[in-house]
Design a protein around this ligand. Structure first.
Ligand SMILES: [Ca+2]
Length: 376
């Protein structure tokens, strides 16, 4: 089934994440002043018996005498839950230069050829829960989300809508009617980033706890997408990230837009599939020096000039923020069809994706394609 993307993005409307500085300031204040709701933690806590105690203090010293799951394996000193995580996007100020999204055009080819057509295949992610930790999801008057399945959203930022548009853009690449690869998956939005595009570790851990509880409760195959990160990490974040993936959850995160080999977290955690961005035509990995590369990257996907949903229309954005959800949507579709499992997905990606050879890491870096053999 082929569709020509020009047809559904002919009325491209570009708007940045922020249209008015003074309004942004008000929005930012409103989001930050609101007290985040408490974790929905049940008695079946994933992490520690005193997990909420950790969350309730920004910096807390855990005494060795305290019994906790984490402490038993990872003695902790000060837990800085004030670490700040940023979203990995760059707002593009120019209008689209192509009538269709090169990202989707490239992804239906095993070697990233651009033929002007988009084939998203037959799979749709049905039965898979996708947790999107981001800035929220605004579906109002948005043609991409008329039929989206949304359940059990969680708001940790206090923002009453997706002011930046980042989460909405990310969601469109996962489950948008035209832009998404998992249109029949169930989206569980977790509003984490405030209108300034940042969020604290304390809230990220709450998001993790919520995901853990819901995964156990719902019993569905699950994927997490986090298009953000921090250079800082600590034992509790590393352990919590690992615990999420131990539940059989595929965790996908953006590698970062620093143009370096440095690790952002949680992408840098070995349990997380770290996604970086490709430039135009798929070959130009380092074209803009924007995207991270090297050993902290597991897979590449289009991240430059990606058409995304912006408010009620479309726009173009850059960033590993957008490479990550492309991978998430494709993996959700493959997971739905039992083409991959949480145990073998890395191997399947390795064996089926287009491999880039470069001087830094021969035979290591590869790019996911939306249509590897036998995927659909
Ligand atoms: Ca194509």
């Amino acid at each position: 089934m082929k569709s020509y993307l020009y047809l559904f993005i002919s009325a491209v409307v570009l708007s940045g994440c922020s249209s008015d500085k003074s309004e942004d300031k008000q929005e930012e204040d409103k989001c930050i002043k609101n007290t985040p709701q408490e974790s929905q933690s049940s008695s079946d806590l994933l992490f520690v018996s005193d997990f909420n105690n950790i969350l309730n203090s920004e910096i807390r010293t855990i005494k060795k005498s305290e019994k906790s799951f984490l402490l038993s394996k990872n003695p902790l000193g000060k837990v800085d839950t004030n670490i700040t995580f940023k979203r990995f996007d760059e707002v593009i100020s120019h209008s689209p230069t192509t009538p269709y999204s090169w990202s989707h055009d490239a992804l239906d080819s095993q070697r990233y050829e651009l033929d002007g057509y988009v084939d998203k295949g037959q799979l749709d992610g049905y039965g898979v829960d996708i947790y999107i930790i981001d800035s929220g999801l605004d579906t109002n008057d948005n043609p991409e989300f008329q039929n989206i399945n949304i359940e059990e959203p969680l708001n940790l930022s206090g923002c009453d809508t997706d002011y930046s548009g980042h989460g909405t853009a990310v969601a469109s690449l996962i489950a948008g009617e035209n832009l998404g690869y998992a249109v029949n998956s169930t989206i569980i939005p977790i509003t984490f980033f405030d209108s300034n595009g940042s969020g604290k570790l304390s809230n990220l851990l709450k998001a993790y706890q919520y995901i853990a509880d819901k995964v156990k409760e719902r019993g569905n195959p699950a994927i997490v997408n986090f298009s953000g990160g921090s250079f800082q990490t600590n034992d509790i974040l590393n352990k919590a990230t690992q615990e999420i993936t131990k539940l059989g959850v595929i965790f996908v995160a953006a590698a970062g837009n620093d143009g370096s080999t440095a690790c952002n977290y949680p992408a840098g955690n070995p349990n997380v599939l770290s996604v970086s961005g490709l430039g135009h035509n798929g070959y130009d990995i380092y074209a803009s020096n924007d995207f991270n590369y090297g050993s902290c990257v597991d897979v590449y996907a289009p991240g430059k000039d990606v058409v995304v949903s912006r408010q009620s229309g479309y726009g173009i954005s850059n960033g590993t923020s957008f490479a990550s959800p492309l991978v998430t949507g494709i993996l959700a579709s493959a997971l739905s069809a039992n083409v991959i499992s949480p145990e073998n997905f890395r191997e399947v990606i390795n064996n089926n994706s287009y491999r880039f050879i470069n001087e830094l890491e021969p035979n290591k870096n590869y790019a996911i394609t939306g249509k590897p053999e036998n995927w659909y």
